[in-house]
Design a protein around this ligand. Structure first.
Ligand SMILES: [Zn+2]
Ligand SMILES: [Zn+2]
Length: 287
């Protein structure tokens, strides 16, 4: 699957190359790396059919001013065939790599219409991911795995919709810790360029938004006594976690010259898995 076949979009090729290098210095990631290497190209093989909801500029500006993510309350037609195809693909890769019976159950749940794609997506975009958990729990399926599979399945679609909506956000301030497009908490953050401006990145739609350096994205505190950092490996200052003792939240921060592409974001999330483990050990969690 590696390599530069003509059908592989350049940003996928670049993300796959980074994924390949990642395996060399973090052997413990080998299994997760192999899984993501197989999943990434398959997610982007077919063009996305969904169109972004049409939002009038003044409506969009009013929503953002009120702190409401652009996709909240909007309806767009989900390409159910494409959704099912990607969902089954991701599940089959999880099954192949991890022998997970849970992944098989998820695929079957979807095929038997017990999990309805549009309902899952609607719950996430409405800011009620716990509804997905409840639905999945009730079916006896693995909630954590479902959330991951759903996120990967929707990623190409929501990333494209985010790109289409991005012009509506240009020049409009957004000071919240949640995504201005879909309302999710950030997957990680970037310190960009020489100025090291802080950007947060959404793991559901790949949106990027600038955010204060000394503020917690989750509870909003600016109390510097509550805000801190930790490194795991002092020799690797590129990766660190920004922590908040007021709400015990944390966000992984990565230094980068320019912002990550969508696929690179997924790779960076995997590359910083050690920060998630260290944060959990220290009693920090993402709300
Ligand atoms: Zn988002
Ligand atoms: Zn906080």
């Amino acid at each position: 699957v590696f390599g530069d076949s003509p059908s592989t979009p350049p940003e996928i090729g670049q993300a796959l190359a980074e994924l390949g290098r990642l395996g060399q210095d973090q052997p413990s990631l080998a299994a997760a790396r192999a899984l993501l290497s197989d999943i990434l190209p398959g997610l982007f093989t077919e063009p996305v059919q969904e169109a972004a909801p049409s939002l009038a500029t003044d409506h969009a500006v009013a929503k953002l001013a009120a702190g409401i993510p652009l996709l909240r309350g909007e309806v767009f037609q989900l390409d159910v065939r494409g959704f099912r195809k990607r969902w089954q693909y991701v599940c089959s890769m999880v099954e192949r790599h991890q022998g997970a019976a849970a992944a098989k159950a998820l695929t079957e749940g979807l095929c038997r219409d017990r999990l309805v794609p549009a309902e899952l997506l609607q719950a996430v975009l409405a800011g009620r991911p716990e509804d997905v958990h409840a639905r999945v729990d009730a079916l006896g399926l693995d909630a954590g795995l479902t959330a991951t599979v759903l996120r990967l399945t929707m990623f190409p679609v929501l990333a494209q919709i985010n790109s289409a909506l991005a012009p509506l956000r240009a020049g409009v301030p957004w000071h919240h810790g949640y995504c201005p497009t879909c309302g999710s908490w950030p997957l990680l953050g970037e310190y960009r360029g020489l100025e090291q401006t802080r950007w947060l990145r959404c793991g559901l739609c790949a949106a990027a938004w600038e955010f204060a350096r000394l503020q917690c994205p989750f509870c909003g505190t600016r109390d510097h006594r509550q805000l801190g950092y930790f490194h795991v490996d002092e020799a690797e200052p590129k990766h660190r976690a920004a922590t908040c003792d007021a709400c015990r939240g944390y966000v992984k921060m990565v230094s980068t010259l320019t912002g990550f592409s969508g696929p690179q974001l997924l790779v960076a999330d995997l590359a910083t898995l050690f920060l998630d483990l260290a944060a959990a050990e220290r009693g920090y969690a993402v709300p």
